[in-house]
Design a protein around this ligand. Structure first.
Ligand SMILES: [Zn+2]
Ligand SMILES: [Zn+2]
Length: 316
């Protein structure tokens, strides 16, 4: 299964600020003092050694994931990241029509649907998109987002075929190559996570979820849902003190991700849905804390912690 993160920021698109950009450039230049950067090999070695927080940016687009198994494309959520996915799909045949993709929607908070009006493949005749979610009024919700008061182009102008299928929570569905199991998460207005299997590997996408209790009884259902996942995509919006200040806001922490990934014996934990106020340093500190937490748990279980960033792709 191939997975690409097109948007990883929660709540609102968050472009890198000028101050952050200047800080990264300054740090990179300071570290290069004394090196002969005119020598391309020296420059390449230096760049390869720079930490991600200096040479990269976690990214600013809101949630959108692309999942592929065989020739099937499955999109999860339509945050602002779906705009870039759409441009990429146009180069992969969707510009000519007669292509199909499936779309899973976790919920319809703005950050998970706001990119849809900018998803160019839906404006190409004869493309076909099948939407799946537990919401019986998903078409209406998308229509309302594109009401003329808020956006100039209505959904009805989108010339691709848009098909909508409703899923029930806690039931398995076969969607092409994928077996998909939705589970309701704890989040204002209802959000759903998806366990997705293709016979080779297992992805669990559990963004936008809060876990108020850590005890085994309260978390048992989640641990079952995450069990043995090759990749668990987890809402790590806050650090611990923010989470305590923001009870009922519907988000979680890297540490809670580490605890649940440990209990579920997940193989990789992807920290996701980063807070708009979080710097790259703060996000990557969450990864270090989660790794330290996992290292202390006995018996040992190897779970790799990664920071999901815009543009990251991986195979599981
Ligand atoms: Zn969200
Ligand atoms: Zn939400």
């Amino acid at each position: 299964m191939y997975i690409k993160f097109w948007g990883t920021r929660g709540s609102i698109p968050t472009p890198i600020s000028l101050d952050d950009m200047k800080y990264k450039i300054r740090k990179a230049l300071e570290g290069a003092a004394g090196l002969d950067l005119a020598d391309k090999a020296v420059l390449d070695r230096y760049l390869a050694r720079l930490p991600f927080t200096i040479q990269g940016s976690t990214g600013g687009n809101t949630p959108c994931l692309e999942v592929q198994s065989g020739d099937q494309v499955l999109i999860i959520d339509a945050g602002s990241g779906i705009r870039l996915l759409g441009i990429d799909m146009l180069k992969r045949g969707f510009a000519d029509g007669h292509q199909h993709a499936d779309v899973l929607i976790t919920h319809t908070h703005w950050d998970h649907i706001q990119g849809f009006p900018f998803f160019r493949p839906v404006f190409i005749p004869n493309n076909h998109f099948t939407f799946y979610s537990p919401f019986d009024d998903l078409p209406d919700r998308l229509n309302r987002q594109q009401h003329p008061d808020f956006f100039p182009v209505p959904v009805s102008y989108m010339s691709a075929t848009l098909e909508f299928k409703q899923l029930k929570a806690e039931q398995w569905y076969q969607i092409g190559n994928f077996r998909v199991y939705p589970m309701m998460l704890s989040h204002p207005g209802q959000a759903y996570g998806y366990r997705i299997e293709d016979g080779q590997s297992c992805l669990v996408c559990a963004s936008d979820s809060e876990y108020k209790q850590v005890d085994p009884t309260s978390t048992e259902a989640y641990v079952d849902f995450f069990h043995d996942a090759d990749l668990l995509i987890f809402d790590a919006q806050y650090n611990l003190s923010e989470a305590l200040d923001r009870l009922d806001w519907g988000h979680s922490t890297a540490m809670m991700g580490a605890e649940l990934a440990y209990r579920a014996q997940a193989k990789r934990l992807a920290l996701f849905h980063h807070d708009p106020a979080s710097s790259d340093e703060k996000i990557w500190a969450g990864k270090e804390q989660a790794e330290a937490y996992l290292a202390r748990r006995k018996p040992q279980h190897v779970c790799e912690v990664i920071v999901a960033y815009d543009g990251l792709s991986l195979e599981i």
